[in-house]
Ligand binder design. Structure first.
Ligand SMILES: [Zn+2]
Length: 437
C-alpha cells in the first residue's frame, strides 16, 4: 500500500478534501480521505492531487506538426498535412507518437482518446504506460476497402494492445467517409471516434458542394444536402459507441439528435479557435445532457498537448459565447477534463475520479509560488494556476509514468525532432526538384 497526500485532494466525485490523502494498492485506489485518517505517506507540499486528466481527442502521431499550415483556413490546412504526412513512414510516426505520449504524461494526462492515421500511437502508449483507446482511422467510399484499411492497421497495433491500450476505429469525417463506411465501422462493435460539424467549410461542401473544399473534391464524399449528423441519424447509425470530436457548427436539431442517440462529444476549443472554425456551443451541449470530454486535438492544429491551456480556453470560450461569467466554473471544467472524458470514452467505471476501486490514475500539481496560493478554491487554483511545468508526478495504474526531474526523454525527443526535420527537408527538396525541371 502506498499513500500520497497534499494540501488538497480533488476527487471530482465528492467535495475537495483539505489535507487530503489517497491510498493505492495493486494499481487501484484503496481509500480517499484526510491525512489524519490515512497518514501522510509521500507528501506533496503546496500541491493538489487530482484524477489523471483524460485527453479525449488527440492525434499523438502529429506531435511535431506545430506550425505546419499556420494561418491557413481549414481545407488548405488539411491538404498541407496530407501532403507532408505522406513523406514519412511508420518508424518516424512511432517516434513522433512516443514524444506525444511523453508530453501528455508530463502534463498530468493519464488517458488519451487518440485518432490514429497509422496506429503507431498504440505502440507509443504501450511503451510509455499511457492509457489509451487508439481509434484506427479509415477513409473513403468503399466499405470493403475501409475494412481492409482497418484490418491492416489492427494487425500492426495488435502486439501493443492490452487492458490499458485498446483499439477502436475512426471513420475520419462525413466528408471523407461514406454512410456505408460508417455502417461498417459501427458494425465492428468496437469504440468509434469521428469528427462532426467541425467547420463551415465542411458544411459548405456537404450541404451545397461548394466552398474551399471543392478543389480536393476527388478525395471527398459527394454532397447530399445534409450534415454528417443528419445523414447518419437518418441511416440509424448514431449510437453510444460513437465519440464525436468538435461539433462546432451544430444547430438545435443536431444537438437533439446527438443527445437522443447518446453520442459522446469531445470539445476542443483551442483547435477550433486556432483553425478559425468557431466556438462550439458548449453550454447548449451540456444542457442537452450529452457526455462531454475535453481534448487538445493534434499539435497539427494547436501549439501543445497542454491540458491546462485547454481548460482555460474552454472556460473563456464558453463565457465569451454566452456573455456570462457563471456558465462554466473551474470545478465544472475540471470535471469535463477528467470524469467527463472518461464518460465520453466509456471508461468511467475505471477512471475519471478518485473513488475507491477505480484505477489509480492520478496527477499531482504544484501550486507553489502561483498567484493562487494560498487557496480559497482549489479547483480554480489548479485550472487557472496549473501548467505542465507544475506537474510533479503522473501515476497510471498506481505506477509513476512521469516525475518532474526524473524523466528526461532526450533520445525520444531527438528522434521525433529528426522526423520533423525530414518532413520539412523533403518539402524543400521537392520544391527545388520541381523548380530545377
Ligand atoms: Zn481530430
Amino acid at each position: 500500500m502506498r499513500v500520497v497526500s497534499a494540501d488538497w485532494v480533488l476527487p471530482v466525485e465528492g467535495e475537495p478534501i483539505e489535507g487530503g490523502a489517497v491510498a493505492i494498492e495493486d494499481g487501484r485506489i484503496a481509500a480517499v480521505g484526510t491525512i489524519d485518517e490515512l497518514g501522510a505517506g509521500d507528501h506533496f507540499a503546496e500541491a493538489a492531487i487530482i484524477p489523471g486528466i483524460v485527453n479525449a481527442h488527440s492525434h499523438l502521431e502529429y506531435a511535431v506538426y506545430a506550425g505546419f499550415g499556420e494561418g491557413l483556413s481549414f481545407a488548405p490546412w488539411l491538404a498541407r498535412h496530407i501532403e507532408r504526412k505522406a513523406r514519412i513512414g511508420r518508424p518516424e510516426m512511432e517516434a513522433i507518437g512516443r514524444l506525444g505520449a511523453a508530453q501528455c504524461l508530463a502534463s498530468g494526462i493519464t488517458t488519451v482518446g487518440d485518432a490514429a492515421f497509422t496506429g503507431s500511437s498504440a505502440h507509443a502508449c504501450a511503451e510509455l504506460g499511457l492509457r489509451a483507446i487508439v481509434y484506427l482511422e479509415v477513409f473513403g467510399r468503399d466499405p470493403a476497402a475501409a475494412m481492409q484499411q482497418f484490418e491492416e492497421k489492427a494487425e500492426y497495433v495488435s502486439s501493443a494492445l492490452s487492458d490499458r491500450v485498446r483499439a477502436g476505429v475512426s471513420p475520419h469525417a462525413p466528408y471523407t467517409c461514406s454512410t456505408e463506411v460508417y455502417a461498417a465501422c459501427v458494425a465492428l462493435g468496437v469504440p468509434v471516434m469521428t469528427h462532426f460539424n467541425e467547420s463551415q467549410d465542411e458544411l459548405d461542401w456537404l450541404l451545397r458542394g461548394e466552398g474551399p473544399m471543392k478543389p480536393v473534391e476527388a478525395l471527398l464524399i459527394d454532397p447530399d444536402g445534409q450534415s454528417g449528423i443528419r445523414r447518419l441519424a437518418a441511416a440509424g447509425l448514431l449510437d453510444p459507441s460513437i465519440v464525436a470530436a468538435h461539433c462546432v457548427k451544430v444547430d438545435t436539431e443536431e444537438i437533439d439528435l446527438l443527445a437522443r442517440n447518446d453520442v459522446a462529444v469531445v470539445h476542443c476549443p483551442r483547435s477550433n479557435g486556432f483553425l478559425g472554425c468557431g466556438i462550439a456551443p458548449l453550454t447548449e451541449l451540456r444542457a442537452a445532457g450529452l457526455r462531454i470530454g475535453l481534448g487538445t486535438d493534434g499539435v497539427s492544429s494547436v501549439p501543445s498537448h497542454d491540458p491546462f491551456e485547454e481548460l482555460r480556453a474552454a472556460i473563456s470560450a464558453a463565457r465569451a459565447r454566452s456573455e456570462r461569467a457563471d456558465v462554466l466554473s473551474a470545478a465544472e471544467a475540471l470535471e469535463l477534463a477528467t470524469l467527463g472524458g472518461a464518460k465520453a470514452l466509456g471508461l468511467e467505471s475505471e477512471i475519471g475520479s478518485l473513488v475507491p476501486g477505480k484505477r489509480a490514475d492520478i496527477a499531482v500539481v504544484s501550486l507553489s509560488g502561483s498567484p493562487y496560493l494560498p487557496w480559497e478554491d482549489p479547483a480554480a487554483a489548479v485550472v487557472y494556476g496549473g501548467a505542465p511545468e507544475r506537474v510533479l508526478t503522473t501515476l497510471v495504474d498506481g505506477e509513476a509514468r512521469y516525475e518532474r526531474g526524473g524523466f528526461e526523454w532526450h533520445e525520444l525527443t531527438d528522434e521525433a525532432s529528426r522526423a520533423r526535420g525530414r518532413m520539412l527537408q523533403n518539402a524543400a527538396t521537392s520544391a527545388t526538384a520541381i523548380s530545377e525541371r
